[in-house]
Design a protein around this ligand. Structure first.
Ligand SMILES: Cc1ncc(COP(=O)(O)O)c(C=O)c1O
Length: 398
């Protein structure tokens, strides 16, 4: 079928609805953002300036945690957390296979070995029972990822970690502002690792990340490591290096931008939740797999992800209608070329493999209107009903 999308981004079905669109957010915040950027330029303090310090304090308050340490990216937040906890060559770290590669790459960068864990059969997050089966004498840590904005099974994960003396490093890249049993995600384990990549709930205008922790020593270790292991980072002498560190500071310009956005995060997450409720209500009888509906505001829907057997056809159907979608993620990590050396085979983590064949994320960004959510829902229902008609016609032999 010919692609109905016109070059303007508009199709004969209506204007484009992209998967993610930061332009409206930025139009609304532009005066504040530009004033904040101008102040940075006027001061010309571009590295570890007052905005980084203030943003760290504001994030610590927002997350209800003792320390928040800004770093260069979410990947670095994971890597520096693991390094600060002493994870090293030869250690094993439990990681979900169904996540972004950064979760496992951070483990590999330290010479440690990611041990892939399957997902719960009826969700997108790590299965604690499968994690337990994969624990060995070398296992030192577990990384629960709060995928798509939904808390992992933290009661079981924390109990497992306590029983086996494992560090818990939460990957909160997709769940800023989310909660579990009323507590902020990123404060339940030893560290929480945030990303401010532009597709996240708290979106920077470039790269950025943060480590949260209630442990003074771990916080200081991350501060030391992000700044080339310079003792000055933790109150010691400049150019004295007790550790080999990294260059992984949060940029002052990003911190200035993120400070203008943080006060809006809760209301933006509220809009995401409203869209999720509308999708769930419109699609509840469609036969399409829907994500869990959060009744207590805990799921913050960085992504609203459907499950369906005809995923690629649904994606094509929506593309023709200028509706943006994405597959997060089309191949689980245990089957990626990068991790082939670990020796996993197809069939080893069956739930992750099925999810990769079925998931499809649809637009859920805060500034969507309810009419746009309705249009996306209608387009999905149109696909489902068209499919049902074809199946009925085939059954009666037309
Ligand atoms: C689950 C998850 N973990 C880690 C990361 C890495 O964050 P960053 O891109 O800021 O390095 C991402 C970012 O896409 C992510 O989605």
């Amino acid at each position: 079928m010919k692609d109905a999308k016109a070059s303007s981004g508009r199709s004969r079905f209506g204007p484009e609805i992209p998967l993610i669109d930061l332009r409206q957010q930025h139009r609304a915040l532009q005066p504040k953002m530009f004033a904040a950027l101008r102040q940075v330029f006027d001061s010309s303090v571009f590295v570890m300036g007052p905005n980084v310090r203030a943003f760290e304090e504001e994030m610590a308050r927002f997350c209800e945690v003792k320390h928040a340490v800004g770093v260069a990216s979410g990947t670095d937040a994971l890597m520096l957390s693991l390094a600060a906890l002493g994870i090293k060559h030869g250690d094993e770290v439990l990681v979900p296979s169904f996540t972004y590669t950064a979760t496992a790459a951070a483990v590999c960068h330290l010479g440690a070995r990611p041990v892939f864990v399957d997902c719960l059969p009826h969700g997108f997050n790590l299965d604690p029972a499968d994690a337990q089966r994969r624990i060995t004498a070398r296992t030192r840590a577990i990384i629960p990822v709060h995928l798509y904005g939904e808390a992992a099974a933290m009661a079981e994960i924390l109990a497992l970690a306590q029983h086996h003396d494992l560090y818990v490093v939460e990957d909160v890249a997709q769940a800023a502002g989310g909660r579990w049993e009323g507590k902020m995600l990123g404060t339940l384990g030893h560290t929480g690792c945030f990303s401010f990549y532009p597709t996240k709930n708290l979106a920077g205008c470039g790269e950025g990340g943060m480590v949260t922790t209630n442990d003074d020593d771990v916080a200081d270790r991350v501060r030391l490591l992000r700044q080339q292991g310079d003792a000055a980072a933790v109150g010691g002498s400049k150019y004295a290096h007790p550790a080999v560190g990294y260059n992984s500071r949060l940029d002052e310009l990003q911190a200035a931008i993120l400070r203008t956005k943080l006060p809006h995060l809760e209301s933006w997450n509220g809009f995401r939740q409203e869209h999720a409720r509308q999708y769930c209500s419109r699609l509840k009888d469609s036969g399409i797999g829907l994500p869990a509906l959060s009744r207590d505001g805990s799921h913050v829907y960085c992504l609203f992800t459907l499950r369906c057997a005809q995923r690629d056809e649904v994606k094509g159907h929506l593309r023709e209608r200028s509706i943006g979608t994405e597959i997060y993620y089309p191949l689980p990590l245990h089957l990626q070329e990068a991790y082939r050396y670990l020796g996993y085979q197809e069939g080893d983590l069956p739930v992750s493999e099925t999810l990769s064949a079925q998931v499809l994320s649809i637009p859920v960004y805060p500034e969507l209107t309810s009419e746009q959510v309705d249009r996306v829902s209608e387009a999905i229902l149109e696909f489902v009903h068209g499919r049902a008609r074809i199946e009925t016609e085939e059954a009666i032999g037309r």
